[in-house]
Design a binder for this molecule. Structure first.
Ligand code: EPZ
Length: 418
């Protein structure tokens, strides 16, 4: 088990360049098999979830090579349309492959991806979207068998703007002759990045970032070299770490326009934030002020993936904050560990009431999920004494060596394997 050992009280200062986005890279890896030609992803982060997705692509017959910061995917020998069960359960994002396998083979078999720590993670919106494209979807004992022989372009409406379901149907429609209109889609920036990647491959997709995406099907796609967008949540997490320590940091390779909701909340807490085109500087006050209320929403609302980090800041701020988690049903697991550090967080369903305290105290805590683990690290950076965050491997799913980033900014943090 990996443990991050943190000595709190060090002010973060300096500069760091943010790596590419996990939530852009994963759907793009799934989209790369829409062609038989090789794709090269530049600046691909070394993340556990990326490695899992690579393993799944290998099992399907792809050749994957990583080196000099890039990931190369050669789907020339892609020959399987059935997802490997064990791997599919390891990473929810495997469900993204459903759309691209159907586009290639007109048939696909996947297992129900497991839920995870933050919720049941159903896939009904994914399956509804594919059915609206004429896919015959049968759920048989944990397996999902898709018959796409009668797939055709058409209209797809989502009851909820699901990120993954939007991406899945975009990929399924890319090679479908005719026009497919997707309505009530997710507007996350990673959807736009997927659209950009698919269009670089020769697709004809427009509207990403709005409520409606239009796909003009093409006959074939080609391999490309592409650099996925920077990770807005890694950027937000590092800014939160600086805010927790009264720090002053500058981040480069940051999609500032995708972080307005986060910047606004951090300014409410007393941080000075100076934005440039693709860089941002944050100067934090000695003591943060509580924000009144934070509601997570689909983009461009406040991102659920930054909720845990902001709750950690609220725990040490002056005043009382209310956090409402509207996107996932169980995303306050970090509250219990924060309270063990001396925080005063009361959770009731989707609402957490946080009475800020003057000081948090280092102790043994456990990461329960990716962003909750990052929140505990943030709390440890501010806490008095030593904090041990166990199950740091969960944090590695979305952060490329978080301790290296924070260490470079002045934190006293190291990784122990026990
Ligand atoms: C993506 O998950 C991200 N993951 C998540 O990031 C992110 O939190 C989420 O979008 C919301 O922004 C990747 O992109 C790999 P959704 P996804 O479908 O696609 C419900 C992280 O920490 N829902 O928009 O699974 C679902 O249960 C991760 O980096 C259905 O009910 O998110 C949830 O309550 C965590 N039926 C809500 O919709 C469905 O078929 C939003 O889910 C699909 C989703």
């Amino acid at each position: 088990m990996n443990v991050l050992r943190i000595h709190g009280g060090r002010r973060l200062t300096g500069e760091w360049r943010v790596h590419s986005a996990k939530n852009a890279v994963l759907p793009i890896m799934a989209a790369s098999i829409l062609t038989g030609e090789e794709t090269r992803l530049e600046e691909c982060p070394e993340l556990v979830d990326v490695a899992y997705m690579a393993d799944i692509l290998r099992t399907l017959g792809c050749r994957i090579h990583s080196g000099d910061g890039a990931l190369t995917i050669d789907p020339q020998n892609l020959n399987r349309h059935e997802m490997p069960d064990a791997l599919a359960k390891k990473i929810r994002s495997s469900i993204f492959l459903l759309g691209s396998i159907l586009a290639r083979f007109r048939k696909a078999t996947v297992t129900f991806p497991g839920g995870c720590e933050i919720g049941l993670r159903p896939i009904d919106l994914h399956l509804s979207g594919l059915r609206q494209l004429g896919v015959d979807v049968r759920e048989e004992g944990g397996l999902i068998r898709c018959d796409g022989r009668h797939m055709r372009a058409g209209t797809v409406h989502f009851d909820y703007p699901s990120v993954g379901a939007t991406e899945n149907v975009m990929m399924a429609a890319a090679l479908l002759k005719g026009r497919t209109v997707l309505s009530n889609v997710a507007r996350e920036p990673e959807i736009t990045d997927l659209q950009n990647f698919l269009n670089a491959m020769g697709a004809c997709i427009s509207g990403a970032g709005t409520h409606t995406v239009t796909v003009e099907g093409v006959d074939r796609l080609r391999g490309v070299s592409y650099c996925p967008m920077p990770d807005r949540i890694v950027a937000g997490t590092l800014l939160a770490a600086a805010a927790a320590t009264g720090g002053d940091i500058r981040l480069t390779n940051v999609p500032c326009r995708d972080l307005y909701a986060v910047f606004t909340k951090m300014r409410e807490m007393g941080c000075e934030i100076d934005e440039e085109e693709s860089a941002v500087r944050l100067r934090a006050p000695q003591r943060l002020t509580a924000f009144q209320q934070l509601q997570t929403q689909p983009h461009p609302g406040f991102p659920t993936d930054m909720q845990a980090q902001m709750l950690a800041l609220a725990a040490m701020a002056k005043g009382t904050s209310v956090v409402v988690e509207n996107v996932f049903e169980n995303r306050f697991a970090h509250a219990g560990d924060l309270n063990r550090m001396g925080a005063n967080v009361l959770v009731n369903g989707r609402t957490a009431v946080v009475q800020g305290v003057d000081m948090l105290y280092g102790t043994h805590v456990t990461a329960r999920d990716l962003r909750g683990g990052a929140a505990l690290v943030i709390a440890g950076l501010a806490a008095r004494g030593e904090t041990l965050v166990e199950r740091a491997e969960l944090i590695d799913r979305g952060y490329e060596r978080l301790e290296e980033m924070l260490g470079a900014l002045g934190a006293e943090i190291r990784r122990d394997s026990v």
